[in-house]
Ligand binder design. Structure first.
Ligand code: SAM
Length: 219
């Protein structure tokens, strides 16, 4: 999945991944992470997710990273936030009260751009990436999260033979392989969710699970 694939999806309005409501698991499990108000949160591959507004309302300074400028502009417009935009190569940096969105490639994101963050929220992000990109992505997040910091990760699991991604299936064994070197992992929830995603059923899936993880970065 290259940059052009996602820019085209946004340009054509093919954004079935976007949830009009705040994510259920975020609201249910964020408190389990124990991230205090005032602690910064990085929302990876953020699109125009309303989850950023929810995290902001919990008192977190929110950083989002997203390749599509169009998505970032829609986010501020739909949430009636006045954003200031600066070009700080390699990113366009949009900021409004409590929310900063960096428009650019997450693989260019260094701690020097936003500092290390206290927490990470990954919904529909790891599963948006093909297998060859995932290790590099996990290493990037590990570098951006402070030791002791937490991540809430939501994945999909299904038979990858039944449908090409995205979203891709990322099994528990792969999550472990990507993160266990630097994190303690705990599964918070596993749910059968095919009926909630009729579009994925229509693409050929006969089973679909969502899994929610809490990860804590080792010191
Ligand atoms: C499946 S969507 C999920 C969006 C969001 N997390 C949500 O829950 O609505 C994946 C998003 O990642 C963005 N994206 C893909 N590759 C990227 C990259 N290398 N750097 C930054 N954003 C990227 C896409 O434009 C898209 O908005």
């Amino acid at each position: 999945m290259n940059r052009e694939f996602w820019l085209q999806r946004w340009a054509q309005g093919e954004i079935g991944f976007h949830q009009p409501e705040v994510n259920f698991y975020l609201q249910r499990y964020w408190h389990v992470l124990g991230v205090p108000a005032g602690a910064s949160v990085l929302v990876t591959l953020c699109g125009k997710s309303r989850d950023m507004m929810w995290l902001r309302a919990q008192g977190h300074p929110v950083f989002g990273i997203e390749i599509s400028r169009y998505a970032a502009e829609q986010f501020f417009e739909e949430n009636a936030l006045q954003a200031h935009c600066e070009h700080r190569p390699p990113f366009l940096h949009y900021s409004a009260a409590g929310v900063s969105l960096l428009v650019g490639d997450i693989f260019d994101l260094q701690p020097s751009a936003i500092g290390v963050v206290d927490a990470v929220y990954d919904r529909a992000s790891l599963v948006a990436l093909p297998p060859a990109m995932r290790l590099c992505y996990a290493e990037r997040l590990t570098a951006l999260l402070r030791p002791g910091g937490s991540m809430l990760l939501i994945t999909f699991e299904y038979d990858q033979q039944q449908m090409p991604g995205p979203p891709f299936a990322v099994p528990e064994s792969e999550v472990n392989a990507l993160y266990r070197g630097a994190f303690q992992l705990e599964i918070l929830c596993t749910a059968d969710v095919l009926t909630l995603y009729p579009c994925l059923h229509a693409r050929g899936l006969t089973g679909l699970q969502e899994r929610v993880y809490r990860l804590v970065r080792r010191g």
